[in-house]
Design a protein around this ligand. Structure first.
Ligand SMILES: NC(=O)c1ccc[n+]([C@@H]2O[C@H](COP(=O)([O-])OP(=O)(O)OC[C@H]3O[C@@H](n4cnc5c(N)ncnc54)[C@H](OP(=O)(O)O)[C@@H]3O)[C@@H](O)[C@H]2O)c1
Length: 278
């Protein structure tokens, strides 16, 4: 009997994945920094990527784990490396990691650098790996809009093949249910269409009933419009690079991996929004 763990279980991807595994009759162990927030009869454990001893204890006896990338943090890569080392020490055989499309040390989306380095650390650890390289989540674009419904950023006429979190979770559950078939595989998880931000704004308007619009910015305007947040430079760079990576075509490729793995088409951007708080 394979023991499965799901990290980030208090978050969107972890929760959706755990629900699908449970629906398939499996009983994953749910891990999170604050597991007391979980309302479940499944086994739970505290798991903070920065705290290797919590990871080792949480993963004791686990064969395969979904490793959901941690929250944006200047120290995120070091936290991920701590998690990977602790997973290996705990005897885990296989990690399924939520990475990012085109993850590379030179990704235009700056957080792609951490994803590439995390992938490398998993490979170097000797653990079996499956990398789910996710495009931007369709469900997050509504949260990029300001109070007037404007999504501002230097994306120009670039396109993005955003993927639904529901599809990412469905693929994760599919892989965790039969991990050996996906050993050392890398999947690009995208939606079925690449949309401009003008088109995304139109879908958001239609689904939410609130007007949305895309406002193209220069780089200087992007810095100025984010200055009031008081965020550190690395984070402002990451936010702006969300748009410049789209502008430069790095997120536009449509992959058939969701459909190949699940045997049904990937959700469209509009379908992904239905039933969410977008
Ligand atoms: N592709 C995209 O568009 C996109 C967009 C946003 C984020 N992401 C990345 O994808 C991940 C999953 O997305 P999501 O929507 O499920 O995010 P989410 O709803 O914010 O959930 C993240 C989960 O990871 C846990 N977590 C965060 N940092 C951790 C750490 N250092 N150690 C242990 N657990 C930690 C959180 O615990 P708490 O609930 O206690 O915080 C939560 O359970 C995010 O964490 C982020 O790295 C991708």
């Amino acid at each position: 009997m394979t023991t499965i763990a799901v990290t980030g279980a208090t978050g969107s991807i972890g929760r959706l994945t755990a629900d699908l595994l449970t629906g398939a009759g499996l009983r994953p162990r749910l891990l999170a920094p604050r597991p007391q927030r979980l309302d479940t009869d499944l086994p739970t454990a505290r798991c903070d990527y920065a705290d290797g001893s919590s990871v080792r204890a949480a993963l004791a006896g686990v064969d395969v784990a979904l490793f959901v990338s941690g929250r944006e943090d200047a120290d995120r890569l070091s936290q991920h490396r701590t998690f990977v080392d602790a997973a290996r020490d705990a005897g885990v055989q296989h990690l399924v990691y939520t990475s990012f499309v085109g993850a590379s040390p030179t990704s235009g989306f700056t957080l792609g650098h951490d994803h590439a380095a995390t992938e490398a650390s998993i490979v170097e650890s000797g653990l079996t790996a499956t990398f789910l390289r996710d495009n931007f989540y369709a469900e997050v674009f509504g949260h990029f809009a300001d109070g007037s419904g404007a999504i501002r950023g230097p994306a120009g006429r670039g396109r993005v093949a955003a993927v639904s979190q529901r599809d990412v979770a469905a693929v994760a559950a599919h892989v965790l249910g039969d991990p050996a078939r996906h050993a050392d595989a890398t999947y690009d998880l995208t939606g079925p269409e690449a949309l401009s931000l003008d088109e995304i704004a139109a879908h958001l308007s239609a689904v939410t009933g609130r007007p949305h619009r895309f406002v193209d910015e220069t780089l200087d305007e992007a810095r100025a419009s984010r200055a009031g947040h008081g965020a550190p430079d690395w984070q402002v760079d990451a936010w702006i690079s969300t748009y410049t990576a789209i502008r430069d075509g790095e997120l536009a490729a449509v992959s058939g991996d969701v459909e190949r793995l699940l045997g049904r088409p990937a959700l469209t951007f509009r379908d992904a929004l239905v039933g969410t708080d977008a």
